[in-house]
Design a protein around this ligand. Structure first.
Ligand code: PHE
Length: 341
């Protein structure tokens, strides 16, 4: 009987449960009504009287230890379960994966477009979103009565007709021409503002990327070749371009550039309205008036400029049909572009 008591005591000390159920099972097996301890108590009744004292003490010790141990293990387990989040706990347990965000599709497209021109030697330039009339209109040869200056198009700051939100990033180019000497090669990304009704194809806030190249003997052919290079890099090797005469106050001659529709390959579809062509940017040779207004000798230097909408380029590249999706920040939409570039 002594052996049995010793064996059970060792078992009590060594017991290392992981769940509350294991502790309960252990308790029932030892201390339950039909458990090992009660069995020993029955046996105890029939031991010789001279042995009773010693064995009784041992049995009592085993019973107390078993009860203590069960209580200890239970409170240990509870304390562990209630461990506050952020405390160290088991350092070897597997980590919790952090969900990663993704770049906004407009940022991806802006970075890609800037990257293409940077490889051609252009440098990124930025400027203020709140501008004055001179940088947005006057220096760019806009006549005083030009409709773009109208309240319908431009957001003015506190009714002061001189302070306004830029309607295009050409204002950055004015700042560059005033502060740098040719050769100038800049690419100007930024947010622009126009007082337009919001629809699937227009928003009052959108993004532009404009470029400017000024040096001696810069020609229309240089512009055409640079833009063709850009289009092939961005939309694919097989893309063709077409230039149509147009008008901007700050360029002369001016053109709109179309690309062959990358969805139908030029055969005609809904997106290109069955023309096979998609309009993507305005461009032209910088008007000598603009060069002079910015302190550049128009007899010595010439240059070209171009400008495109980032939303429109992104829509054409990804086949997105509603421009408003770019501003709603629905992660189900945004996450689709994770690995797109
Ligand atoms: N600034 C023009 C716009 O906002 C785009 C443009 C830039 C056109 C440069 C020609 C040359 O629409």
């Amino acid at each position: 009987m002594t052996d049995k008591i010793e064996r059970l005591l060792a078992e009590v000390e060594a017991f290392a449960p992981r769940t509350a159920a294991e502790i309960e099972e252990f308790r029932v097996r030892l201390l339950g009504r039909k458990g090992e301890l009660n069995a020993l108590m029955d046996e105890f009744k029939s031991v010789a009287p001279e042995m009773k004292r010693e064995l009784g003490q041992k049995l009592n010790h085993l019973k107390n230890r078993a009860m203590e141990r069960v209580n200890e293990l239970k409170s240990d387990l509870e304390a562990h379960a209630a461990e506050p989040a952020g405390s160290l706990g088991d350092l070897t347990r597997p980590g919790t994966a952090q969900p990663l965000g993704s770049r906004h599709p407009l940022s991806l497209v802006r970075n890609e477009i800037c990257g293409i021109f940077e490889r051609l030697g252009y440098v990124v330039a930025e400027g203020p979103e709140i501008e004055d009339d001179w940088h947005v209109f006057s220096a760019l040869n806009f006549p005083p009565e030009h409709p773009a200056r109208d309240m319908q198009d431009t957001f003015f700051i506190e009714k002061d007709p001189d302070i306004l939100l830029r309607t295009h990033t050409s204002s950055i180019q004015v700042r560059v021409m005033q502060s740098q000497k040719p050769p100038i090669r800049v690419i100007c990304p930024g947010r622009v503002f126009r007082n337009e009704a919001i629809s699937y194809r227009a928003h009052c806030i959108f993004h532009q990327i404009e470029g400017l190249y000024i040096d001696e003997n810069v020609s229309f052919a240089d512009m055409k070749q640079s833009l063709l290079y850009f289009v092939r890099e961005f939309f694919g090797e097989q893309t063709r371009i077409r230039l149509r005469p147009s008008y901007f106050p700050f360029t002369e001659p001016s053109a709109e550039m179309d690309i062959s529709c990358n969805l139908c390959g030029g055969k005609g579809c809904n997106v290109c309205k069955h023309t096979g062509w998609l309009e993507i940017m305005g461009c032209g040779m910088v008007d000598p008036n603009v060069l002079e207004a910015c302190g550049i000798d128009s007899k010595k230097y010439s240059g070209f400029a171009f400008g495109m909408g980032v939303e429109r380029s992104a829509m054409l590249k990804y086949g997105v049909k509603d421009l408003r999706l770019y501003f709603e920040n629905d992660v189900r939409f945004l996450h689709q572009f994770d690995t797109a570039l």
